[in-house]
Design a protein around this ligand. Sequence first.
Ligand code: PLP
Length: 213
Amino acid sequence: VKRELSLDFECLNLGGGFGVPYRPEEQSLDLGAVARGVRAACDVGLAAGSLKEPALMVEPGRFLAADAGFLVTRVLALKDGYKKFAGVDAGANDLPRPAIYGAYHHLSVLGKEGEAAREEVSVVGRLCENNDQFARDRLLPRVGPGAVLVIHNAGAHAYAMGHNYNGRPRAAEYLLTAAGELKLIRRAETIPDLYAGVVDPPFINDAEEYRGN
Ligand SMILES: Cc1ncc(COP(=O)(O)O)c(C=O)c1O
């Protein structure tokens, strides 16, 4: 571009894609090593093209947010058929990554963190979609109805990527404060919220249950 058009770039935006450790055995990204690699590559490229040094920009979305959020869900029912399923009260509408592209999200069972995994179970959501699965054939401590499952690395793609498919209202969000208290920062959606944007909906105004009563 410089050669053909004599343009200098004011900034070079490397975008996102900075990985996070999704599995317990994975290491955190060494940002210092990334910076040194980028610096070295820039030095070579800038010198070769006689380019002025641009401002370097990054957009590390997931890297900043993923570890900060957990999706907490409760087991509603078990199905013991040709294999075991645990149906939970969250769904792919709350955290779409596993359903959309098979992303791995680590799962722990509240109160059983130290317990050895004992049975293979698929953890499935409530959407009418057969890929609504947070985990497929995952080895977990044994769970029953009422067990609380914690889905890790949900900070970047839960609410932000979530949606209302199947008429599912979005979940509430809580902040865990430095003092260890849970503070509600976004209430759970209600059925009336799903219709909030509908213009002049007479069928809703007439129906008691849709007014949230
Ligand atoms: C324009 C843009 N920049 C940065 C990012 C962040 O990517 P990542 O979260 O993988 O770092 C995204 C992700 O949606 C994006 O759309």
